[in-house]
Design a protein around this ligand. Structure first.
Ligand SMILES: Nc1ncnc2c1ncn2[C@@H]1O[C@H](COP(=O)(O)OP(=O)(O)O)[C@@H](O)[C@H]1O
Ligand SMILES: [Mg+2]
Length: 364
């Protein structure tokens, strides 16, 4: 999966961009505020119809404009090209998406077209933030690799909502409660198994990548499924009814799952430096991409914003080498071109771009 051509109009400070990126590594350098992160944001948007730094997509429209357009010609895994366009207008409350000239059936359909992994200076949040981000990490992987996951996940979410709503009623219809709990138990156990299996397959790839990226060892990934280890979900729901009613929601289950990342029994976030955290998160995300490619699915596009941040020369170099060996399309940004001036293995394959005041031009 890669982008053959990318056109942007009035996307933040990128007024008119027409870019033909390399299928491999694209290196974008330019001063602060020149538009590097905005370019990555546009690619991320193509995958998820979301931004990683604004809740409202209207904020991405250039100040003086009334709409933005992001348009890409994608090369699919079968080698055929197809178009994907996203537009947002100030006058409309929805974002318009056209995939192969048609509205995609769902966001899930769109996301499965163009898997993207973002590694930016906020990456450590995956370790530091709440369990939600780590669940999303696992779910991203399970979604892309396990065809049955999304169906189980959607049914689980729906049933959970129904149970939570019943719990808040003054009088509960026991038949209804039984029914939804059965559905939660069945689909929730499935979701949990998908997550656990996914992590199990991911772990050796993660260990291997971490070994290449750093000299850290003994980082342990541990899946917590979100409810008591010794009971099945159906039983857990039954015994928690009273307490759940008091609280007005379902307190344990797959919706509380977490991925613990630890080193020598302690939480990684408390032990590792920022740079080391970045390497751990990078190994996790690169492993996800690699697993996806191995599963014979798709190549991810990697977006690495401010690659040199927090990394010394040696780690930067190793990181770049690992990216080079992934065989995926990668967009790397840096303020300094010098920081990326390393001993590349295939320098002739890399494309360099200079970003300046919303303009992006190829460098020779
Ligand atoms: N909606 C917008 N319209 C116009 N300019 C914007 C908008 N949102 C942000 N900007 C500006 O775009 C510039 C580029 O930001 P960014 O892509 O984060 O730069 P970089 O990553 O190169 O440091 C910044 O100067 C920012 O103020
Ligand atoms: Mg930036």
């Amino acid at each position: 999966m890669s982008i053959r051509r990318l056109r942007l109009q009035n996307f933040r400070n990128l007024e008119a961009i027409d870019l033909q990126p390399a299928p491999g590594l694209n290196l974008l350098c330019g001063a602060n505020g020149s538009g590097k992160t905005s370019l990555l944001e546009a690619i991320y948007l193509l995958s998820l119809v979301r931004s990683f730094r604004s809740k409202k997509l209207k904020n991405l429209i250039a100040h003086a404009a009334t709409q933005f357009t992001v348009f890409a010609e994608l090369v699919g895994s079968e080698g055929r090209d197809y178009p994907l366009g996203i537009q947002r207008r100030t006058s409309l409350d929805e974002t318009e998406v056209l995939l192969r000239g048609q509205r995609p059936g769902s966001l899930a359909e769109l996301a499965s077209q163009l898997p993207v992994q973002l590694i930016n200076p906020d990456a450590f949040r995956l370790l530091e933030g709440g369990p939600k981000e780590r669940r999303q990490f696992l779910d991203w992987g399970a979604f892309h690799v396990e065809p049955g996951f999304i169906h189980a996940w959607q049914r689980f979410q729906r049933a959970l909502k129904q149970r939570n709503s019943l719990l808040r009623h003054a009088r509960i219809d026991p038949l209804q409660l039984d029914l939804w709990e059965k559905e939660i138990a069945q689909t929730g156990e499935a979701v949990s198994r998908y997550r656990e299996d996914y992590l199990q397959t991911l772990t050796p790839l993660f260990n291997h990548l971490l070994e290449r990226l750093s000299n850290l060892d003994a980082i342990r990934l541990h899946f917590q499924r979100g409810w008591d280890k010794n009971t099945d979900l159906a039983e857990n729901l039954l015994v928690s009814r009273g307490k759940d009613r008091e609280q007005g929601f379902t307190q344990s289950g797959p919706q509380r799952a977490d991925l613990r990342v630890s080193i020598a029994g302690r939480s990684a976030i408390e032990v590792l430096s920022r740079g080391q955290q970045k390497l751990v998160v990078s190994a996790l995300k690169l492993a996800q991409g690699e697993l996806l490619a191995r599963a014979g699915k798709k190549q991810c596009i990697y977006l690495i914003d401010d690659l040199p941040a927090e990394l010394d020369r040696n780690h930067r170099e190793v990181f770049c080498r690992v990216l080079e060996s992934q065989g995926s399309q990668v967009f790397i940004t840096s303020v300094d071109a010098e920081a990326l001036d390393i001993d590349w293995q295939y320098p002739e394959k890399n494309l360099w771009f200079h970003v300046e005041q919303g303009q992006i031009s190829p460098k020779t």
